[in-house]
Every structure is written in structure tokens, then in C-alpha cells.
Design a protein around this ligand. Structure first.
Ligand SMILES: O=C(O)c1ccc(O)c(O)c1
Ligand SMILES: [Mg+2]
Length: 628
């Protein structure tokens, strides 16, 4: 199935758009009229420029306010159409999108509109062109694809067909099942867009908030299933009007678009197996089994400082790498690698950012499938030269240039610790009772959040939670979770808008997006807190007001509140269970650790975040330096 994207979906001038769209892997474009008019080259030049990029112009759009007009407006509309037909022939495209009229003088009536389209079809046919009719969901008389189809059906002209757009159908809460009965060859073009569920005016929602399939909340899979079940075989095209995308990196938005279409087509292939298999086959979304390791790049005094912190957190130096300056720190199932190499990926990361998480190892069901799925959806594979006896562990580029390694047991990659490392005898792996990584928090610019959410949801079998607002004393941070059904992998993505928030400062100080905190699980947080205190760990101090408020919100058994306050433990509860959390101070420009205990609780302590952030900021001076 051919893929396409409307030029309106990405930023830049027409040349920049075409370069990014071609590089992302699309077959064609919908040329949006404004993009053409703004360009200073003839229609013929534009057509050639598009084809020089290896792209075809699948559609010219939009032609507005055509149908249902009284004379003399009607004759004028046909004249306008003839001018656009001239243009299309120069550009080298045969299909125009006519969207349903919003003209104040447009008259209703299915037969009147059908007659207009029959005549337009006649005129188009004389030139070998085709006309597609799309119901805008805010159209004056036609705002439902079923009415648009009825007009097309009655126009009864081979050069007149229907164009459907997932936004107009799903945004209006029309069932996509109503598309199944339309003959597939009468559907001339299919536009795909998703959107977050927000109650607002349809036109405003459509023009500003559309996003890539899978980035929003609409049933885009159900929509495409129905369209393909109807027998549609034309291109699948993205038409995304989004304020953020208009200002974002052109190449990235184009890549995200391509990623979203590949994942969408794969979802449809899996859920509608009776369809003709014209869709690409790729491995299913990969089930994450856990975080196999977190690797920090650190050198010199920073590495020593990190080692000291890991020691107070109860980690033991468990092994050293045979060829490289890597130390494995372990506690329970948690493996933290400190990489002090002076060349290679980690060294680059350290040179650019200072101490930073340069690599994540994810345990997956199949590392090979994970790599295949990731690269098919547009992720960049990563490799560096292997030393003697080292395992070739599949990897891709992740957030902010970091690396994501895939480890499985099936191909023996989980033996990397024995194969590549020498154990340090006598390491105490029980430490402070921390058992596993509960979640990783990655901080990024707000405008990159949709992109990274899509990255994870396209590759992994994870669900995304609703976005929540986290209140920082100096701004808002948006937080979105992607998590495996069983919690084996949980990543919180935090999007900062300004540099004044704690997350924003971290983004500036660490020169880009990366892991800002690691949350480590304990089965008994009070026991862990006592053991940590004995090792010299200092928890983040939480103000007394917080605990006064807790007593107002919850009933506690006698003594619990006092224990929490003594250990600087914060608390939350949901319908499933209880949650306890405490924090370390920050290090290396704003990284920190969280220690938590959950008993059934499904969240991340969002109600506590404003007070935690305020406490962290108190400990930082005005320029983000530790106050003590
Ligand atoms: O917002 C619009 O006007 C508009 C134009 C063309 C389309 O295909 C569409 O879905 C919306
Ligand atoms: Mg559309």
C-alpha cells in the first residue's frame, strides 16, 4: 500500500518539506495549495521537483465551496475549478480534493450537489482528471461521510469518487463500520489523522490538534480496517494540521508520520487477517520483560561521586568488564553500569553532557525481533566495534542520542554479565533491600513528547496513560507514562516548556533530553530507609506541612504518619492500593533517585510531585547549583 503525506503536515518551505518527506520513506504527497502558491517556481517546476525527490503528487487540495451554489456563483465555481484543473495538469496530478462547502450561500439538497458533481466529473474526464469529495465534519450542509457518499453515488460518474478522512468520521463519533459497505473503488483517497480527545469546536480541534495515528485517542485502526475491508486499494495519506508540528523539526515530524503509518498498517494486518495481504509484515510489538541495565557515562571525579552515591544507596560493586573500563553495580535485580571509557559512545556522551545515562538495556522476549520492529518503524540501528569475546547485542538510538540495547534469554544475550565481566567476590547484593527498577523518568522538551511516546508505543507492547500536569513552582511540566501491562517496563516521559522548571533546568544543564531519575523498588520502604540511613544516605527533606495535609486527606493506623515523616517518605493511595516514596538529593546537574514501595497502586505519586519538586528546588541555588 502506497504511503503519502499532505505537505501541510510538516514545517518549512516546499523544498525542505519534500526532502524530509522523501527521506522518511513516503511514496507521495498531497500538495496543499498554500504550499504551492508560496513557492516561487512554476507549477511545472514544482511537479518536477516533487518527482526529482522520488515522490508522486497523489492529490491536489483543497478545492473549497464548490457544491450547491446558486447562479451566478455556481458558474464562477466551475470557472475556478477549470483554473485548478489547468494547474493540476501542469503539476502532474490527476486527483483533486473537493471539501464540503461552508459557503454562506450554499444551498442544501443531495440531488443538487450530485448534479454539480456530475458536471464537474464531466469536465474533469475531458482532461483525464478525477474529483474526490470529502465531508468536512463542520460542512454547512454535508458533514457526514454517508451524505458525501450518497452525493457521489447519485452523481454516478466514473471520475467522481469519495474521499474519507479519519478525523472527520471519528471526530464526529461516526462509526467507521458505516464505511464497510461503500465499494472500495469508489473511494478515491484516504486521509489519516488522529487527535487527542478534547471537548471543543470541531473546526478548531481539527485545524490545531490533529496528530499522527497512534499519538491521539481516536480509533484510527478501526477506521482503516473498515476502509480496507471495503476494498480500498489507493494510497494511505497523512493529513495533519497541528500547531506544534508547524514549528517543529521537519525531518522528525516526517519520520514520526512514517513510523505511525507503518505501525498502523501492521495493527490493521493483525486485527483484520482476511484482508488481502498488501500490507508489510513485521514482528509484533515487543513485550518488554524489564530493565536489564542502566548505563551511566562518567569519568574522573564525577565517576567517583557516582560510585559514592551508589554505595550509600546499597549497591555493591559486583563485576568489572574484561576489556573496558566498565563497573557493574548491582542490588537485587538492579544492574547499573558505570562506563569510564575514554572513547566510543559513552565517552562522547560524557564529553557532551557530563555524567549522563548513555545506554539502557531492555530485557525483551526476542532481541532480534525488537531490532527488526524498531528499524521497520524508522529507528536508527546502533553498533560499535566489538572487543574480543564480546556479545553482539542489538541496539538502536533512543532519546537524546542515547542507546537502547535489547537483551533476551533465547539467544543467550542475558549471559553478557558472565561472558564479558569478571565478578568481584563477596559482593553483597542485598544492600538496602532495593529489588528492581520500577520506572525510569526521561525528561525532554514538551514539543518532543508525542514523538517519543510514539517511538515507544510503535516498538513495544506498552500502553500510554493520559497526560497529567505536574506543577512546578516555576511552570508546568507535562507527564505521560508508557508502561507494559504487567509493569515490567515503565517509563515516564516528562515534557518541559520552560527552563525555569526543575525538568527544564535539567534539560538545559544536561544539554538535551535524557533520563533524569531512576525509581527503585523496595518491598519494605521503612526497612530500606533505615538501612540507607546507616550507609549515610540523606533523603530529600519534606516539609511538615505536607504531613499535616496527609492526615487531613487519609486515615492512617497509629504511628504510620510519624514513621513516614521521620523517614521523609511521601504517600499516596488509589483504588488498588498504597504507595510510599522517598527521594535522594540531586547529582550531576539534576539527576536523582527515587525509592518506592507499591502495594497494588498503579500510579506514580503525581499528587506529591509539586511538593517534591519544591523541596528539590529549595536545595538548589538560583542557578541550579546545590545550595549545600
Ligand atoms: O480544515 C480544512 O479546511 C480542511 C481542508 C482539507 C481537508 O482534507 C480537511 O480534512 C480539512
Ligand atoms: Mg481531510
Amino acid at each position: 500500500m502506497k504511503t503519502s503525506i499532505a505537505t501541510v503536515s510538516v514545517s518549512g518551505d516546499l523544498r525542505e518539506k519534500l526532502e524530509a518527506i522523501a527521506a522518511a520513506g513516503f511514496d507521495g504527497i498531497e500538495i496543499f495549495e498554500q504550499d504551492f502558491i508560496a513557492h516561487d517556481g512554476s507549477p511545472r517546476d514544482v511537479g518536477n521537483m516533487v518527482r526529482d525527490h522520488g515522490l508522486e503528487i497523489a492529490l491536489f487540495q483543497p478545492f473549497r465551496d464548490f457544491e450547491g451554489l446558486p447562479e451566478p456563483l455556481r458558474a464562477k465555481a466551475f470557472d475556478r475549478a477549470e483554473r485548478k484543473f489547468d494547474l493540476m495538469q501542469e503539476l502532474g496530478t490527476d486527483l483533486v480534493l473537493v471539501c464540503s462547502s461552508v459557503h454562506p450561500q450554499a444551498l442544501g439538497g443531495i440531488d443538487r450537489a450530485a448534479a454539480d458533481f456530475r458536471e464537474l466529473g464531466e469536465r474533469a474526464a475531458r482532461r483525464g482528471l478525477r474529483v474526490g469529495y470529502e465531508a468536512l465534519c463542520w460542512g454547512r450542509h454535508v458533514n457526514d461521510h454517508r451524505d458525501a457518499w450518497e452525493i457521489v453515488r447519485r452523481a454516478d460518474h466514473p471520475n467522481v469518487g469519495l474521499i474519507v478522512d479519519s478525523f472527520h468520521t471519528l471526530g464526529r463519533k461516526l462509526s467507521p463500520e458505516t464505511l464497510r459497505g461503500i465499494p472500495g473503488d469508489r473511494i478515491f483517497f484516504v486521509q489519516m489523522a488522529d487527535a487527542p480527545l478534547i471537548e471543543m469546536d470541531l473546526l478548531y480541534w481539527s485545524r490545531h490538534f490533529r496528530n499522527m495515528p497512534g499519538e491521539g485517542d481516536l480509533d484510527v485502526t478501526g477506521f482503516l480496517r473498515a476502509v480496507l475491508a471495503a476494498g480500498y486499494q489507493g494510497p494511505l495519506s497523512l493529513e495533519i494540521f497541528n500547531d506544534q508540528f508547524r514549528g517543529a523539526n521537519t525531518a522528525q515530524v516526517a519520520r514520526d508520520g512514517y513510523r505511525s503509518l507503518v505501525a498502523l498498517m501492521d495493527d490493521v494486518r493483525r486485527t483484520e487477517p482476511d484482508l488481502p495481504q498488501t500490507l508489510p509484515a513485521l514482528p509484533p510489538r515487543v513485550r518488554p520483560e524489564g530493565v536489564a541495565f542502566v548505563e551511566f557515562a562518567a569519568q574522573g571525579r564525577e565517576a567517583q561521586h557516582l560510585a559514592g552515591l551508589l554505595d550509600t544507596l546499597g549497591f555493591a560493586r559486583a563485576a568489572t568488564h574484561r576489556n573496558k573500563a566498565l563497573t557493574l553495580w548491582q542490588q537485587g535485580e538492579i544492574r547499573i553500569v558505570v562506563n569510564e571509557e575514554t572513547s566510543g559512545h559513552a565517552a562522547h556522551a560524557w564529553n557532551a553532557r557530563g555524567t549522563t545515562v548513555c545506554d539502557l538495556g531492555l530485557a525483551v522476549s526476542s532481541a532480534r525481533d525488537a531490532l527488526a520492529r524498531a528499524t521497520a518503524t524508522g529507528a536508527e540501528p546502533f553498533s560499535q566495534p566489538l572487543g574480543i569475546g564480546e556479545l553482539d547485542i542489538p541496539a538502536i538510538r533512543g532519546l537524546g542520542g542515547s542507546v537502547l540495547h535489547f537483551i533476551d534469554s533465547g539467544s543467550g544475550l542475558d549471559r553478557v554479565w558472565e561472558v564479558e565481566f569478571d565478578p568481584i567476590p563477596g559482593a553483597d547484593l542485598a544492600g538496602a533491600g532495593l529489588t528492581r527498577i520500577d520506572h525510569l523518568a526521561q525528561t525532554m522538551s514538551y514539543e518532543d513528547m508525542l514523538s517519543w511516546t510514539l517511538f515507544y508505543t510503535a516498538i513495544f507492547d506498552v500502553r500510554k496513560s493520559p497526560m497529567v500536569d505536574v506543577i512546578d513552582p516555576d511552570g508546568l511540566v507535562r507527564s505521560q507514562v508508557v508502561e507494559a501491562q504487567d509493569g515490567a517496563l515503565r517509563i515516564t516521559l516528562n515534557g518541559a516548556d520552560t527552563h525555569r522548571t526543575l525538568a527544564g533546568r535539567f534539560l538545559a544543564d544536561s544539554f538535551g533530553a535524557s533520563v533524569q531519575h531512576l525509581a527503585l523498588e523496595s518491598a519494605d520502604i521503612f526497612d530500606t530507609a533505615a538501612r540507607l540511613a546507616a550507609r549515610g544516605f540523606e533523603p530529600l527533606p519534606i516539609p511538615a506541612n505536607y504531613y499535616d495535609d496527609l492526615t487531613a486527606r487519609f486515615d492512617f493506623p497509629p504511628g504510620l504518619l510519624e514513621r513516614m515523616q521521620a523517614a521523609q517518605v511521601m504517600y499516596d493511595r488509589d483504588s488498588r492500593g498504597e504507595f510510599f516514596q522517598l527521594y535522594s538529593g540531586s547529582f550531576a546537574g539534576g539527576l536523582f533517585f527515587e525509592i518506592l514501595q507499591r502495594s497494588g497502586y498503579g500510579g506514580y505519586g503525581a499528587p506529591n510531585a509539586p511538593f517534591r519538586i519544591a523541596a528539590q528546588k529549595r536545595r538548589l541555588g538560583p542557578k541550579g547549583m546545590p545550595a549545600r
